[in-house]
Write a protein that binds this ligand. Structure first.
Ligand code: GDP
Ligand code: MG
Length: 173
């Protein structure tokens, strides 16, 4: 039986608790945002099939079910991953500062050629912004990552961020 897709990519959402990882996944996959239900969903992964650059791409996105709270994400989670969305909250400075430590975890557990993208979520809440675009972008650039500011709530740049990562993976071949 022939596969019904050209590529299958396994992506991971990584980052501190409450930055909006589950919200980004639900926005990406279902186009919805919910203030109430997300905390109770123990999502493992969601699959979305997209057509990109003439290829059918199956995107399997994994979400942590709260393990990040205890920093107990095991190496099994990283196994086989092609790409990571490293997420922080633009309204929570400590979540940005923790990204360096998350990068170390990724380097330790994931494959060497993993593709990374930095995502600063909650850009809708500009009154409470604690991280400047420029400093996040410069951190991203210095680690070879693209940077996107997103809002899962207002649907800003969510599809774009996932697509940028998938495009980078397709470009790698
Ligand atoms: P996770 O722990 O990283 O999975 O984060 P959640 O998706 O559970 O979101 C944590 C909290 O942030 C929830 O109260 C969400 O409603 C809220 N949230 C998530 N994304 C956004 C966003 O883009 N903008 C705003 N203002 N709040 C958000
Ligand atoms: Mg979550």
């Amino acid at each position: 039986m022939s596969a019904s897709y050209d590529h299958l990519y396994r992506l991971l959402l990584i980052g501190d608790a409450s930055v909006g990882k589950t919200s980004l996944l639900l926005r990406y996959e279902q186009g919805v945002f919910s203030e109430t239900f997300i905390c109770t969903i123990g999502v493992d992964f969601r699959i979305k099939t997209v057509e990109l650059e003439g290829k059918i791409v199956k995107v399997q996105v994994w979400d942590t079910a709260g393990q990040e709270r205890f920093r107990t994400i095991t190496s099994a989670y990283y196994r086989g991953a092609h790409g990571v969305l490293l997420c922080f909250d633009l309204t929570c400075r400590s979540s940005f500062e923790r990204c360096a430590a998350w990068l170390e975890e990724i380097r330790k557990h994931a494959r060497d050629d993993i593709s990374l993208i930095l995502v600063g979520n909650k850009c809708d809440n500009s009154a409470r912004r604690e991280v400047l675009f420029e400093e996040a972008e410069s951190f991203a650039t210095s680690h070879g990552m693209l940077f996107y500011e997103t809002s899962a709530k207002d649907d800003v740049n969510v599809q774009e961020a996932f697509l940028a990562l998938v495009s980078a993976l397709i470009a790698k071949g």
